[in-house]
Design a protein around this ligand. Structure first.
Ligand code: DLZ
Length: 192
């Protein structure tokens, strides 16, 4: 999220990002579509900028931000995605509806991420008014869709690095075990 003092886009350098082999899903809420389509454009452009082809980016739409949870779940269950970016815009109104939607979607997305281990990126603007939303959808505070795309790439990279590390450790352990067994056998043969 961009704030006065911090922008996620600014701390990420191009050289460390490699998208080869990645497939990323994007779920877009149609509520406040002027904003969410701008977030979507920012996300897609950023993924393409870092080398992804259109074939590896799957975009689907849901009616409102509250439906992002099921949208993301469907992406993880039926479409083989390495990460899912969820884009929405909830603008505070006069009723507590705002709070219910924000809490529901943040809880829902966190739950899916924790249960599946698939990075689910929270690209939902929660603003007091439309102006604040526009400022974060290509305005003075950048584009939250771009940041969400970068976050997805970084999270997949982290996951793949850790999987490689785990595979390396297992291989090393297996080789050490084999070495010990061989040593033991040789010692037994000497004794005989
Ligand atoms: C109903 C509603 C309202 C009042 N406001 C928003 C909003 O600001 N942003 C948004 O994404 N969706 C809104 N919705 C729709 C809900 O997300 C949801 O689609 C409906 O409650 C149906 O489940």
């Amino acid at each position: 999220m961009s704030t006065e003092n911090f922008s996620l886009t600014a701390v990420q350098t191009e050289t460390e990002l490699d998208t080869e082999g990645m497939r990323i899903g994007i779920v877009v809420s149609q509520w406040n579509s002027e904003i969410t389509r701008a977030l979507e454009a920012g996300a897609v452009q950023t993924l393409e900028k870092y080398g992804m082809s259109k074939d590896d980016i799957v975009v689907r739409y849901v009616p409102g931000s509250f439906e992002l949870t099921v949208g993301a779940l469907l992406m993880t269950e039926y479409v083989d995605m390495d990460a899912v970016i969820c884009l929405g815009c909830v603008i505070q109104g006069e009723t507590p509806h705002f709070d219910y939607i924000c809490r529901g979607v943040s809880f829902g997305l966190t739950k899916i991420a924790a249960e599946t281990g698939i990075p689910i990126i929270f690209g939902v603007l929660t603003t007091l008014n439309k102006e604040q939303a526009l400022e974060r959808a290509g305005g003075i505070h950048g584009n939250k869709g771009e940041e969400a795309a970068l976050t997805a790439i970084r999270m997949i990279t982290l996951k793949w690095d850790m999987m490689d590390e785990a595979a390396g450790i297992k291989k090393k352990q297996k080789l050490e075990k084999q070495k010990l067994e061989k040593q033991k056998l040789e010692e037994q043969q000497i004794e005989e």
